[in-house]
Design a binder for this molecule. Structure first.
Ligand code: SF4
Length: 478
């Protein structure tokens, strides 16, 4: 006699958006009466939330699927996320108990059917009554993932971001930008946003659940409130809706920190910076993807900005915020990248003084325009250039942190590997030297920054009341 499902595990690969969606899946399964377990070998149901942004990410996703099958031959396995949207062929014939969800809007309803295929628990009955739905019992092997299901069910807003101090809040999804190296428009083509009221409600709930910091996330965050990410389609080529949303979030009482995940130079407007200056809880940290410091390469990448515009926006940010952390992504070895193009990237990175650079070696992603480009860069050259950039990254991030030695800052405590540490307002790591009682995970403590180290700064807890302010000038004071 088949047993009612009791436990589930989730394996998440990829970006903040995927991590957010995994938490939505967790909340749905918990509401259906299942208990979360850390490892797949103890779970009746395993969800692999996949990523396909690079070939390595796809390979890792497939590896996780194989591992889950080995660890729990009798468990139901659900493959969600981005990989099924592009690689259904490779995900065929994986076995009766493997469910490949290639249409995102089917995920919630399919999960409900899988959980109930052996009968429903009292909690699931409660959930169905609350949602005014009836999940018909269907044998697991007969569940169809493509056909229209009866339940109009979607994943809902989060009430907590379990296991994390910072909570990600997805406010936007989808991209139709078609940068030449990127597969995302094929995987998440539908550009849409969450209404502001829903965002505020969710942010309040996450804050109430103990998350002192919220990271506002989206596939193309700057397109919040728009139906396309293509700026030419926007009125006057500008979008103030992200700034308006941030202004509302900044007013949430008790929310200590808000951070934006990633923007493009075109998203940085005077209005947005006004909002940064208005609210003390918006962190002076902007992640602006550069990808290359050469106009020639940016054009081949089909990015929507030039080096001149990038530089102009950096100047604007620095003129309004106090010593902001500007972090970025760079792709090394894009087809056609010459030494001169690469040197332009180096020069621009030095000029900006990035607080952190995420460096990616270009790799062909089948299905993208760049994969068909002929003028590829030799692997050895890519390796050498990446190393040069990594060395520069270490130098620049150290230099950025150095200016704060001796100042006060707050740290949101994470406690990794038994060490008390966390992120500063400007997102560099702070290692906390204990003075008396060890702070708890998720606590916001005030420290004096005393020593710059290779991968962060050492901070000493300041005695007295924690005010939650850095003592470094207010971003808006300048
Ligand atoms: S803007 Fe470009 S890089 Fe970003 S998701 Fe869209 S296509 Fe990909």
């Amino acid at each position: 006699m088949p047993q009612i499902m009791k436990t589930f595990a989730i394996n998440t690969l990829g970006c903040k958006v995927n991590q957010y969606e995994s938490q939505q899946i967790r909340e749905l399964l918990e509401r259906l009466g299942l208990n979360f377990v850390e490892t797949a070998d103890r779970a009746d149901l395993v969800v692999i939330n996949t990523c396909c942004v690079t070939h390595t990410a796809s390979a890792k996703s497939r590896q996780k699927i194989r591992k889950a099958k080995r660890q729990g031959p009798d468990a139901a396995i659900v493959i969600s996320g981005c990989l099924p949207a592009v690689q259904t062929g490779e995900l065929k014939n994986l076995g009766k108990n493997v469910h490949v969800i290639s249409q995102r809007n089917r995920l919630a309803a399919t999960l409900c059917q899988i959980v109930n295929c052996n009968g429903d628990s009292p909690k699931s009955q409660e959930f169905q009554a609350e949602q005014n739905i009836q999940i018909k019992p269907v044998s697991c092997a007969k569940i169809k993932h493509k056909n229209k299901l009866d339940e109009p069910l979607q994943l809902t807003q989060l009430t907590a971001f379990k296991g994390h101090t910072r909570a990600f809040l997805k406010v936007q999804d989808g991209c139709d930008g078609y940068c030449s190296y990127c597969i995302i428009p094929k995987v998440r083509p539908y550009v849409h946003s969450k209404p502001a009221e829903a965002v505020i409600e969710e942010a309040r709930a996450l804050n109430k659940a103990g998350h002192k910091e919220i990271v506002v996330t989206g596939v193309f965050l700057g397109a919040y409130g728009q139906e396309s990410v293509i700026r030419k389609k926007w009125t006057n080529g500008q979008n103030d809706k992200m700034a308006d949303l941030l202004d509302k979030m900044g007013g949430i009482p008790g929310l200590a920190r808000i951070r934006l995940s990633s923007l493009e130079p075109g998203d940085v407007t005077t209005r947005l910076l006004d909002v940064f200056c208005k609210h003390r809880n918006i962190m002076p940290h902007l992640h602006l993807s550069l990808q290359s410091g050469s106009n020639e390469i940016l054009k081949k990448m089909r990015r929507q900005y030039s080096v001149e515009e990038f530089r102009e926006k950096i100047d604007l940010i620095k003129s309004r915020l106090d010593r902001p952390a500007i972090t970025t992504d760079v792709i090394v070895g894009f087809p056609g990248e010459t030494d001169a193009n690469f040197n332009d990237t180096i020069a621009l990175a030095k000029e900006v003084g990035f607080a952190k650079m995420h460096i990616f070696s270009f790799s062909r992603r089948v299905g993208t325009a760049a994969a068909r480009m002929q003028d590829t860069v030799n692997n050895e050259v890519i390796k050498r250039r990446s190393q040069i950039l990594r060395d520069l990254e270490a130098e620049l991030s150290y230099k950025f942190r150095q200016q704060f030695v001796g100042k006060r800052d707050t740290v949101l405590v994470e406690n990794k590997n038994g060490r008390c540490c966390g992120r500063s307002e400007r997102y560099f790591r702070i290692y906390v030297e204990n003075a008396g009682k060890k702070p708890e995970k998720g606590e916001l403590v005030e420290v004096r920054l005393i020593e710059n180290r290779e991968d962060g700064i050492l901070g000493q807890i300041e005695t007295g009341e924690v005010r939650g302010f850095s003592g470094i000038n207010h971003p808006g004071m300048k």
